[in-house]
Design a protein around this ligand. Sequence first.
Ligand SMILES: [Mg+2]
Length: 129
Amino acid sequence: MTLNIALDIDGTITSNPAFFALLSHSVHGDGGKVFVVTSRSNTAAVEKETRAELTAYEIAFDALYVIADRGSEQQIPCPHDDLDWYQQYLWQKVKFCTDHDVHIIFEDDDKVVTLFQRFAPDIQVFHVR
Ligand SMILES: [Mg+2]
């Protein structure tokens, strides 16, 4: 079975770019998908810089997903009313990964890890420290 993985950038890829370059090429070469999922600001300029940064790190990826800014029209409405606004914003990562059949996510943010454990328990989380 091929694996689809998601990689956070800040504190994750940036913690060890060489490791994540190797991992991404391995997954990609095996026919799996590599999604880079980040909560950086979703402007065209930031996305362009981020793509250049990923290229410099030699990360092989199928798609870059910058979650929509809070309150923007693009923000995916979160159905979980008990979450605060920040959790609802971060929950967009969970939504993306469940919609894209991600099997494993690499993530450093405790809040994001908690959301995956609660709302996507079938996705394995590698919590980067
Ligand atoms: Mg991070």
